[in-house]
Design a protein around this ligand. Structure first.
Ligand code: URA
Length: 231
């Protein structure tokens, strides 16, 4: 537990006297209720503290990597399905993290989260071209003609044009696919368009970041150096 005014200062909300004024003005809420008492004891691990409606945390800019298991949708909330947010440890649930791009419910592997809107935007922009590498198990076997079609940029059945991508056949029914964009069901649709429907898909790498030995279902915070490599 800690004092609300100290927490606000640590989050960069202002100096001690500015924080006093902010509290007096009723701009701070604790779990949705306005709080004016600067000496109020709070636990930021389990309570949500907002300033002008924006959640605060002491993290500053942060990026978290999840090794996503199948069965979770990439959404901040969902009425029916389990969401990737449920996999975040309790303390991270208060960091205002948003998923960076999306993985389908059935897809496993590397999914990033950040609390930084600008960083989020940069990472999902196709202009930044952060390559994403997927391992796919699929019907059929990729041929050199498939490799060339991916290289040229596929046009999907509905007319969607994909940026050039790299298809590496790994053996019968197995391929590695590298794409620089994140269209809806992109890899599955690309593979299906070449007669190779995907049965299993795992994102293994994003830019220079790999899952390493992070177990399925677990998360870890990236270091500043790792964040820099993404930019
Ligand atoms: N492409 C897909 O088809 N699904 C994913 O989850 C990610 C990329």
């Amino acid at each position: 537990m800690e004092r609300l005014d100290k927490f606000l200062c640590d989050c960069g909300a202002g100096t001690r006297s500015q924080v006093k004024a902010i509290l007096k003005a009723g701009r701070v809420t604790v779990d949705g209720k306005p709080e004016r008492d600067n000496g109020r004891k709070i636990d930021p691990q389990i309570q949500q503290i907002c300033l002008d409606g924006e959640a605060l945390n002491k993290q500053g800019r942060t990026v978290v990597m999840l090794n996503k298991p199948a069965g979770y949708v990439t959404a901040t909330e969902d009425a029916k399905e389990k969401t990737v947010m449920e996999l975040l440890p309790e303390e991270m649930k208060h960091w205002d993290l948003k998923p960076v791009g999306r993985l389908d419910k059935a897809t496993e592997g590397l999914l990033l989260f950040t609390n930084d809107g600008e960083l989020l935007h940069r990472l999902i922009s196709p202009k930044k071209e952060v390559p994403k590498i997927y391992y796919a198990r699929h019907e059929g076997t990729a041929t050199q003609a498939d490799v060339a079609a991916f290289q040229e940029g596929l046009t999907l059945g509905d007319g969607t044009v994909c940026l050039p991508a790299v298809l590496e056949p790994l053996g019968p029914g197995e391929s590695r696919v590298t794409v620089c964009e994140g269209k809806y069901h992109q890899v599955r649709r690309m593979m299906a368009s070449r007669g190779m429907p995907v049965a299993y898909l795992e994102r293994q790498q994003e830019g220079a970041l790999t899952l390493g030995d992070l177990p399925r279902g677990q998360v870890r915070q990236l270091t500043e150096d790792e964040i820099e490599t993404l930019l």
